[in-house]
Design a protein around this ligand. Structure first.
Ligand SMILES: NC(=O)c1ccc[n+]([C@@H]2O[C@H](COP(=O)([O-])OP(=O)(O)OC[C@H]3O[C@@H](n4cnc5c(N)ncnc54)[C@H](OP(=O)(O)O)[C@@H]3O)[C@@H](O)[C@H]2O)c1
Length: 216
């Protein structure tokens, strides 16, 4: 797959590292293609570097790894993403009453908002439920961590499930894009454990089935 990662911070670089050598062609879409930190990621992963629009236009899958507050403006510069798979791994975070919190929820979500911005793209919400360190290296865990995804297009979710498997996750389909309303608070649960409860960042959620259990 041709994959564009828009944003090369903690999440963007983690995904680039984890996808390296797994048969995908990865382009980093960045504001400053000459930045030394971007060159270092490209050198280490084999990714190419471009401006965000060029990277997105050349890709089958566009991964949004941007701060929520910058996302609307950044997405508006990416050009026509009709038919493309767009992975939204952003948590719609902001300060609420002096604390880090979701600024959307219950009746909407970041995932639905991204689908509204890009009505003809096939948005899949996922990769928002663990820290970037886990995304970079799932092999250090004793078992496969689970990663839920939500989106309206079954074929897009099939392609994303394969990508999640390549990243070392067990993909689980949570349903249509409205289920981002479940996945974003679930991401907050990880953040709360990591940052407020002292669990740290070196863990992930797993789905553990009883022997012989069948899905429905
Ligand atoms: N960090 C985690 O563990 C984690 C886990 C799950 C989900 N998330 C979510 O993933 C998203 C990214 O988080 P992060 O921790 O990777 O953030 P980050 O380290 O701050 O990186 C953000 C990236 O976005 C780029 N950027 C900002 N504004 C932009 C614009 N207008 N156009 C193009 N690029 C722009 C930045 O570019 P410059 O380098 O040029 O500033 C930077 O590369 C957030 O929504 C977060 O909620 C984070």
């Amino acid at each position: 797959m041709q994959i564009a990662i828009i944003g090369s911070g903690k999440v963007g670089s983690a995904i680039a590292h984890s996808l390296s050598g797994k048969g995908h062609v990865v382009a980093l879409g960045v504001r400053d293609p000459m930045a030394a930190k971007v060159a270092a990621i490209a050198d280490a992963t084999g990714a190419t570097v471009a401006d965000p629009t060029t990277a997105a236009q050349g890709a089958d899958i566009v991964i949004l790894a941007l701060p929520w507050g910058a996302a609307a403006a950044a997405v508006a510069t990416l050009g026509d993403l009709r038919g493309k798979i767009v992975i939204d791994c952003m948590n719609p975070l902001g300060m609420v009453d002096g604390a880090l919190a979701l600024v959307l929820g219950h009746t909407s979500s970041g995932g639905e908002t991204v689908q509204d911005w890009l009505p003809e793209a096939r948005v899949v919400k996922t990769l928002n439920q663990v820290g970037a360190e886990i995304m970079a290296d799932t092999a250090a865990l004793p078992g496969r961590p689970v990663m839920f995804m939500a989106g309206n297009d079954p074929a897009a979710k099939e392609a994303v499930a394969q990508l999640l498997a390549d990243l070392g996750f067990e993909p689980l389909d949570a349903g249509d894009i409205t289920k981002a309303r479940l996945l974003e608070p679930f991401g907050m649960l990880w953040i709360n454990q990591a940052m407020a409860r002292g669990k740290g960042r070196a863990w992930a959620f797993a789905a553990v089935d009883r022997h012989g259990a069948q899905g429905v």
